[in-house]
Design a protein around this ligand. Structure first.
Ligand SMILES: NC(=O)c1ccc[n+]([C@@H]2O[C@H](COP(=O)([O-])OP(=O)(O)OC[C@H]3O[C@@H](n4cnc5c(N)ncnc54)[C@H](OP(=O)(O)O)[C@@H]3O)[C@@H](O)[C@H]2O)c1
Length: 279
């Protein structure tokens, strides 16, 4: 089986199905871990203005010696920069901190009602027209807001980056995204480490000689979802990348889907103007 990371068609770009998440990785540790991820083979790095580590991510990319166009780099505009003008200026600052002339994907971090979505999307499209990002997208948008964004945006919405792991069903949003040609990127793909103790995932892993974390990441990419696990442990940087040489059976996929719970959500910072999809 090929060891190449599959790419997921997302609007008009291809996104590597496995990326390295950098939330809560700070200072020199962020540099070291992103360098390690690039050395191991990850070619997709996920950061955000609010993580405070764009400089460190940029330093690691430069130090890796890997050509810029071989790395898929995502950052996210924070919610207080959604007005026309603010968004463009904040993107320019992100590029300065990252030390690049463009990112590959620029996301709106959370939906916010204060600035009309039409204004924010116009600014986001303008940034893309200037060549500061190859693609645009959203994060934490429920199905109704994703549909609205897709309608209002001139350029395709490439992805919706949302919480997704075995303890959460994403049936409604996945169906909507598929109909719109938008990919799903799973944040907290390892349920923030919880999958490590899951008896079902441990048992499935044993059959393949894999850990529960590896089974979970495989389950995500086998659905065509993009996963961006994070770790501060160099050994796990390797472990989480080593998921390309096995496949889960249909029965195993179904068993993992069966772990979804109504209260499985871990990070709920959605503005009360919106509501998560029921399932
Ligand atoms: N768009 C958004 O609003 C949003 C929100 C949250 C996150 N994100 C993005 O998504 C990325 C991933 O999400 P996340 O950081 O919340 O959580 P995650 O990747 O689900 O889990 C990270 C936690 O799992 C542990 N871990 C890593 N590999 C493991 C393995 N193989 N087995 C067991 N445990 C393991 C890590 O501990 P060790 O460090 O000890 O390995 C860490 O505590 C973030 O870094 C960020 O880039 C986006």
């Amino acid at each position: 089986m090929s060891k190449l990371v599959p790419a997921v068609r997302s609007g008009d770009v291809l996104i590597p199905a496995l990326g390295f998440g950098t939330w809560q990785l700070e200072n020199e540790a962020a540099v070291t871990l992103v360098e390690k991820a690039l050395e191991v083979g990850y070619r997709h790095i996920d950061t955000a203005q609010i993580y405070g580590n764009e400089r460190e991510v940029g330093r690691a990319i430069k130090a890796s010696g890997i050509k810029r166009d071989e790395i898929f780099l995502t950052t996210k505009v924070w919610i207080d920069k959604f007005a026309d003008g603010d968004l463009q200026r904040s993107t320019e600052k992100s590029l300065e901190r990252l030390g690049v002339d463009h990112v590959d994907l620029l996301l709106l971090h959370w939906p916010k009602p204060e600035v009309p979505l039409v204004e924010t999307l116009k600014a986001l499209n303008e940034v893309r027209s200037r060549g500061w990002t190859r693609a645009i997208g959203v994060s934490n948008f429920p199905a109704a807001q994703l549909e609205e964004a897709a309608k209002l945006s001139e350029a395709p919405i490439a992805t919706d980056q949302v919480e997704y792991h075995p303890y959460l069903s994403l049936k409604t949003l996945k169906a909507k995204a598929e109909a719109l040609g938008v990919s799903i990127t799973a944040w907290s793909p390892l349920a923030q480490g919880k999958v490590g103790q899951d008896l079902t995932l441990i048992e499935i892993g044993r059959a393949h000689g894999k850990t529960p974390g590896q089974v979970t990441l495989r389950w995500l990419i086998q659905q065509g979802v993009i996963a961006i696990p994070r770790t501060s442990n160099p050994k796990r940087v390797e472990e989480n990348f080593d998921i390309l040489d096995f496949a889960l059976t249909d029965d195993e996929m179904t068993r993992i889907h069966g772990l979804a719970q109504p209260d499985g959500r871990l990070g709920d910072w959605l503005d009360k103007a919106y509501a998560w999809d029921a399932e």
